[in-house]
Structures are given as structure tokens and as C-alpha cells.
Design a binder for this molecule. Structure first.
Ligand code: ZN
Length: 120
């Protein structure tokens, strides 16, 4: 049989979970945008042999900003402007931070639930 988790340990876990939840709220408070995906910056050659881009790498066209993400299970690529790309970059950073916080939140919640189960 599993030894039961002492009540103090459960209270400790609960307190850690409350701290974590308040850190999440504080971080969300500062976030304006959040989005999944990746942002790619690339330059292109137009394919015309008379264009400088065909011989000079510095003359390639662009930069082009591309936002890639899954939507309804489908991979979506979208070319966006530099201004949109700034917003998307902030959104992706926020999204990753939120995901990290969720992983820890989940783990601590599952840990608390498991500790409580043995403590009817
Ligand atoms: Zn060209």
C-alpha cells in the first residue's frame, strides 16, 4: 500500500500551485498578443536571368516574412508584412511562455490530485 501523503505536504503542494497560478496571471496581464507557429524570414531569386538577383546573393528580393502554423489540423503558410511580423514575433514568444507555464501547471495539478487521492 502507498503510504499516505502527510497533510502538510499536500498544503505545501497547494501553496506552490497557488503561487504558480498567480505568476501565470501576472504574465498574462502583460501580454497583448499570443499565437502559435513559426516566423521565417527569407529572400528570393525571381528567376529572371537578367536580374541581378540571379548572380548577386545581396540583390535577392525581400525580405519576405512568412508565418507558418497549424489551423484545424492543416499547416498554413502566410506571407505577412514587416509590421505584422513584429506582432507575430511577440505573439509566438508569448505563446511559448504560456505553454511552458501550462506544462508546469498541469504537472503540479496532477501531483496535487495524486497526493489527495491517498488521503480520503
Ligand atoms: Zn530578381
Amino acid at each position: 500500500m502507498n503510504p499516505s501523503t502527510p497533510v502538510e505536504r499536500i498544503e505545501e503542494k497547494r501553496a506552490r500551485l497557488r503561487d504558480h497560478a498567480s505568476r501565470i496571471r501576472a504574465q498574462l496581464e502583460r501580454m497583448e498578443v499570443a499565437c502559435p507557429g513559426t516566423l521565417t524570414v527569407r529572400t528570393k531569386s525571381c528567376g529572371k536571368s537578367t536580374c541581378r538577383c540571379s548572380t548577386d546573393p545581396k540583390a535577392r528580393h525581400g525580405p519576405y516574412f512568412e508565418w507558418t502554423r497549424y489551423e484545424d489540423g492543416k499547416l498554413i503558410h502566410r506571407v505577412i508584412s514587416r509590421e505584422q511580423a513584429r506582432l507575430v514575433a511577440d505573439g509566438i514568444e508569448a505563446w511559448r511562455k504560456i505553454e511552458e507555464l501550462m506544462v508546469v501547471w498541469h504537472a503540479r495539478t496532477a501531483d496535487l490530485v495524486a497526493a489527495m487521492k491517498r488521503h480520503k
